[in-house]
Design a protein around this ligand. Sequence first.
Ligand code: BGC
Length: 467
Amino acid sequence: MEESTASASHAKRNVYVTAAIAGLAGLLFGYDTGIIAGALLTIESDFSLGSFEAGMVVGAVPVGAVFGAWFASSRADKLGRRKLILVSAAVFIIGALGSAVAGGVGLLVIARVVIGLAIGVASAITPVYISEVAPPDIRGGLVTFFQLAVTIGILVAYLVGLAFTDVNEGWRWMLGLGAVPALVMALGVLRLPESPRWLVMQGDTEGAREALSTIRTGGGEAINAEVTEIQGGLDTEESGSWRDLLQPVVKAALVVGIGLAILQQITGINTVIYYAPTIIQQAGINSDSSAILASLGVGVINVLMTVVALRLLDRAGRRTLLFIGVSGMSFSLFLLGAAFLGSTGTVTSVIAILSLMLFVSSFAISLGPIFWLLNAEIYPLNVRGKAASAGTMTNWFFNFLVSLTFLPLIDLLTQSGAFWFYGLIGLVTLWFCWRFVPETKGRSLEQITAVFQRRVDDRDRKAAGSP
Ligand code: BGC
């Protein structure tokens, strides 16, 4: 009896360790997101960049990430989840070291496209991998390790940026240091099991049983039952083609995944992550150090509230957190817009800082983790690699679009108009979540597919006129 309890707790711990190591992929993504603003200041002066070249240096990563996610779409089912995470770590190390030693802007842009490729692959595959190894009752929290790592990466990058601002060619250190977490991740991933669901899809049920036995409590019977459920959810062991994404049940899930991919970005989170110091200065705080301090505050709150989300996702459920969080995002965007109506000065800047904090907190308990979570858990197994990559590609594309259009949008609509515009999109997001997003808390991945199948069947029945 005692022995089985000991082995049970060992198995549980293993699943947390597995998710945490794979989740490190989020660090790469967050670190790069957070480091570039600080690094750019010194790259601009070292290479005398114009604004177009500066835009290329920044935009190279999201553009590379779109292609990386596309590459992951076909490889995820062929190579397996674990190998692909390893590939992304290796490519990231090459890109980070390449950008650290780049002798000119052309090479720097190429190295940053390479970093983008790695981040695209990692963000497409890691949440899927974690969702496939996680037991249903803690899957929300475990997949959120990925988003937590993103937020920690952003915060660490702010700190590294501060440490190297006054160092000669400090940007080389800032960009090159990204190789460290990638190396740690690569070494960790070598020890992880392959996804049991991917193994079942390859017809390797024995391998799947072995993988499950390292990460599950309970004995052989529970594991056999899980393998049978996975097999039951798989219509065919053939991995699906792009055309299979048009099957009604996949289309119904893609509406949710692609919809959230777009809405997560066009409600404006990265205007805050990339431009917080600029927004705060525009509101009337002139000192550089206060503006930087306020963005550090944004970074800390982002991490802390993601920890709160991690604890709540499997209790309160995905929908409840989406409703609360997205309402908070819209409210704070309207408040931020209103703050800019008054004259710039202390009051305006205090309201601006408070609204930014509320906005980031609300994002961190809702769209931040929940997009990545749902995008990993809602698609049927035989098309999961492709469909999750489609969601990820869309997310990176809109990330790029929003960062490109934010400053022109302010010129067009003023600050108030721009933030109200994002606030309105927040209201559309609320409607979208209410109408389309299913509750996935506590359900196995196979049961989630069954929910979408029921939706399609109901719709067909209604269309045919039967009750
Ligand atoms: C988003 C990123 C964003 C980050 C902020 C992620 O979920 O995809 O675009 O920068 O959250 O925490």
